[in-house]
Design a protein around this ligand. Sequence first.
Ligand SMILES: Nc1ncnc2c1ncn2[C@@H]1O[C@H](COP(=O)(O)OP(=O)(O)O)[C@@H](O)[C@H]1O
Ligand SMILES: [Mg+2]
Length: 447
Amino acid sequence: MSIAVLPGLEKRLVDAKLADLAGISRQYRPLLRRAVGTSLPQAALKDLVRRTADTVGVRVTVLLVVSNRDEGITVEPGTDSASERDISLDFPVAVDAARTGRTERGTEAGPNGRIGEVAEPFAFRNPETGRRRVGHVVVFSTPLRDVEASVAVVERRVLVAGGVASGLALLAGFLVAQGLTRRVRGVEAGARRVAAGDFSARFPVDRPDELGELARTLDDMRRQLAELDSARKRFIATASHELRTPIFSLGGFLELLADEDLDSETRQEFLGQVREQVARLSRLAVDLLDLSKLEAGALELRPERTDITLLARRVAQEFIPALVGHDSRLELRVPGSPVEAICDPERVAQVMRILIDNAITHTPDGTDMVVSASRRDGFVRFGVGDFGPGIRRTMLPHIFEPFITSDDALGSGLGLAIAHELAERMEGELVVESQPGRTTFTLELPA
Ligand SMILES: Nc1ncnc2c1ncn2[C@@H]1O[C@H](COP(=O)(O)OP(=O)(O)O)[C@@H](O)[C@H]1O
Ligand SMILES: [Mg+2]
């Protein structure tokens, strides 16, 4: 900073000083003009020069211009307002003024610092040659000590201010860096705890800056991980419970069957129970496997051009015995022309089975149902509706979660979870609408 500012400042101060001198020179030129180079006695001239110098407070020096063939133009000291021993200056501006015939300004290095000088040429006409020639130069000069002192003071101040500012900047930088480091450490510690499975860790969302934003995002992530973690734990707990129940019951029946005294009717009844539990267990195993494959994204789809109408008709036919047993009718509402989509027919049939099975299982005997297929707006829709009592309002928002069931004895609550995952996996959607007297599940697939 000082490098850029101070030379400019010094030059401006010197220029101002020289301008002052030039002003004085302009003012006193006429007075001195009438005295210098005339027949005025030396003592009178000296007196005038002294008085002028005293009035304006600068040194006034009259110099004689000497024109020399070898050295060119030089000046010689004449009358001076200063005492004899102070005259040791060369006055280079006087030589310039003698050459140019104009007022000249400049500085010169004196024994005690720089001197500012303004030289005023006094010309006269040579009566022999008729040409004008500079005979004398009057120099107004003053030391530039105060300018140099001012510059030195400013320089010191600038240096001190610069030092203080740098110190403050360093201190502020240090404090900010320390604060940042502490906050980053806090975030890092939180991330470590979450990585180690401790979801109670908190990220310090203390300020609305970038770091605060990062902490907020990480905190959201922590919350989602915590939810996923508890969902996973719930799933495993429920799944193991679901698996344990039929296995215990199988163990019990097998022990009872080992009794030699059992009559054949009771034995047949127990064997029936064993078969039922084995069937339930294998259904459960298949369902769990399907669901875990779907959630891991490992289920492979084999898409092909499929007529949804035909598929719906075939799946509905599989349920004829169940419908007879349930004493209900199934109406197929499909258009005359095929409703085609590119999809995996096996997986679509699986969703259809889950929905029709539910409409039979979770409605009272004699409840009729409607199976429909249609195409609209680039989607094919497959629907299963029934006129049963509907799904409880509190249960409806959770209906697609695993193990949600109203019927412990019959189902494991995995059907709709699998159907929902399958729909998503096929880039479609499974939606439900339910109220007493009318429940409809609709599978929507891109055609
Ligand atoms: N058509 C329906 N009518 C009434 N309730 C239904 C219907 N479909 C599904 N539900 C309810 O949704 C629950 C979950 O169904 P699902 O996931 O297939 O499991 P599950 O059939 O093994 O109970 C059922 O227990 C039942 O309460
Ligand atoms: Mg079911």
